[in-house]
Design a protein around this ligand. Structure first.
Ligand code: VGL
Length: 206
């Protein structure tokens, strides 16, 4: 079985929310995420669901990227993707979370700031159930898109590679925060065995 995964495709990572983590063109990926989902057996999604009072939360992007002394919240980040706010919503054009086959809400606890969708913690001790879901449904291949390439997509892809899946990263369905970070992230994902594809049309050759 093959699945697709929409990682954190939320308005908080788009220019619609300039105070959060606006990824350039972040709102433009819905069509490509929907196109890849049409080619697979199961569609999975994830969302950040953060508290505005989280230990890592700062009010200004200038205060972000500061190291923190916690194992499971490594950097400060602007408040983003708080339930009940615009930034928490999936970007326009995507289905509702309840229409996915499996959905992960992550970063709910105020002392955790995970990046990957497979574990609730950076130390990867608390499973979100995603890997178990994939195994239970005999999923061996997964195509991933979402926001942001250089953080949550990268970490999720590496976790899925480490779990033994064949992982395709659909570059047309991803956008990144920092261009240099994206280049490094692509190299790292490839080192873990992930296959980069330009867009969903490459999937039909599988
Ligand atoms: C993300 C930075 C901080 C992401 C989340 O979804 O890529 N990046 N929090």
């Amino acid at each position: 079985m093959i699945a697709s995964l929409d990682v954190d495709a939320q308005k908080g990572f788009t220019p619609l929310c300039p105070e959060e983590l606006p990824v350039p063109e972040g709102a433009d990926i819905a069509k490509e995420l929907n196109a890849q989902a049409k080619l697979v057996d199961l569609r999975i999604g994830s969302k950040d669901a953060h508290s505005a009072k989280a230990v890592w939360a700062v009010n200004n992007i200038d205060e972000a990227f500061q190291p923190l002394p916690y194992d499971n919240a490594d950097l400060t980040w602007p408040v983003h993707c708080v339930p009940g706010t615009l930034g928490f919503e999936l970007i326009d054009g995507l289905p509702a979370p309840t229409d996915y086959d499996f959905f992960v809400w992550k970063g709910v606890e105020p002392d955790l700031h995970p990046y990957g969708a497979c574990f609730h913690d950076i130390e990867e001790q608390m499973s979100t159930g995603l890997i178990e879901f994939l195994r239970a449904h005999d999923v061996t291949q997964i195509v991933v898109g979402g926001l942001a390439t250089d953080f949550c997509v990268k970490t999720t892809v590496i976790q899925l590679c480490n779990a033994g899946l064949q992982v395709f990263v659909n570059l047309a369905a991803c956008r990144g925060i920092d261009p240099h970070g994206v280049t490094t992230a692509i190299e790292l994902m490839q080192q873990h065995g992930a296959i980069m594809i330009e867009d969903h049309r490459q999937l039909v050759h599988l």
